[in-house]
Ligand binder design. Structure first.
Ligand code: ACO
Length: 310
């Protein structure tokens, strides 16, 4: 019966076993994973937009090639994640419908504009840096397909992170104008990067069950602290500053931040951030304009299939 199955399920997780697609799982575990993985997939796909906008304006061929590769990687991450969610019984069409109709969430961070070229480096360093901290934690998660997707994704994110860091360091050491551009980008992205890792633990309704079932292996605040501890001293070492007058290192070595503007966060999550409307419009347009590609793929598959397709 249910109690017995649940006990066996929890014992498997406690032993560090992975739960696989055909295995028994509580409905709430399935629901939580579909929620998280689909939101994550949408974030990767929407995340292509702020950076994609700069491909035509990259300042050199090298930077352009790096950016094209990075944006293409994000599309691939979206693919792995949609596949991982499909193993839980939801279809890609259902997930896309939820995104395009505006019902689904995706990461708050992608609702901010990329105003200058330095934003591209800063996204790599800060946004991908925050994503890696979150995703390294999720690579340990109890659901096999999600944890394996995270291993591959983190390897690629590490390249994204390094190219961003290299770029910001180069501009920090560059002309006064380049330095100013880098500082302005850091000022605009720092707080949204902290928010991206989710509300404080006390305001995170999903954390308890996710941690109990080994989906999250660290809390939002723990991951945020890891992110700040790595990034604050590195950014300060470039000679750039951070837009938080209260930022300081405590006697235990942790870098403590000032209050986060959660009102801004919830407004962005609720659809009212600076770029929410544009992002969704761009996704809808891409979906409509890409209809012929989906139709062509189906026609091609039907032609090649030995069994007539319904
Ligand atoms: N942007 C949008 N919504 C958010 C964000 C955010 N940055 N952080 C939290 N929320 C939402 C949650 O989805 C949840 O809403 P829901 O219950 O309607 O789905 C609500 O705020 C409350 O938050 P939590 O209870 O803390 O949510 P959760 O426990 O799921 O933790 C977190 C949030 C850490 C983002 C988690 O979902 C996660 O690890 N997701 C996978 C990673 C991911 O999506 N990364 C995307 C950006 S990385 C990239 O694309 C490069």
């Amino acid at each position: 019966d249910y109690a017995l199955r649940l006990a066996e399920f929890e014992a498997r997780i406690a032993r560090g076993e992975k739960i696989e697609p055909g295995d028994w799982m509580p409905e709430e575990y399935r629901r939580q994973l579909v929620r998280m993985i689909s939101q994550h997939a949408h974030s990767e796909v929407v995340g292509m937009l702020p950076e994609g906008a700069w491909i035509t304006r990259a300042p050199s061929l090298k930077r352009k090639m790096i950016l094209i590769a990075k944006v293409q990687d994000e599309a691939g991450h979206g693919q792995y994640l949609y596949h991982a969610a499909e193993t839980l019984g939801i279809s890609r069409e259902e997930m896309l419908e939820a995104l395009l109709s505006g019902r689904a969430k995706y990461s708050s961070i992608f609702n901010y504009p990329t105003l200058t070229w330095a934003d591209i480096g800063t996204i790599g360093w800060l946004v991908d840096g925050a994503a890696i901290k979150n995703q390294t934690m999720l690579a340990q998660c109890s659901y096999g397909p999600y944890s394996r997707a995270m291993v591959r994704i983190c390897a690629e994110e590490t390249f994204h992170h390094k190219q961003g860091k290299e770029m910001v360091i180069a501009y920090a050491k560059g002309t006064p104008k380049q330095r100013q551009m880098a500082q302005d980008a850091i000022n605009r992205w720092w707080w949204p990067a902290l928010m991206m890792l989710g509300p404080h633990d006390a305001d995170s309704p999903n954390s308890e069950v996710l941690i109990r079932w080994g989906v999250k292996t660290k809390s939002n605040d723990t991951v945020r602290q890891e992110f700040i501890n790595e990034h604050a001293p590195e950014i300060l070492a470039t000679g750039l500053s951070l837009p938080d007058p209260e930022l300081h290192q405590d006697p235990q070595g942790n870098w403590r931040h000032g209050p986060i503007n959660w009102e801004e966060f919830w407004s962005v999550v609720g659809g009212n951030g600076p770029m929410n409307k544009e992002r969704l419009e761009a996704r809808r347009r891409a979906h409509t304009e890409g209809a012929w590609v989906r139709e062509a793929l189906e026609a091609y598959a039907a032609k090649k299939s030995p069994i007539p397709m319904a």
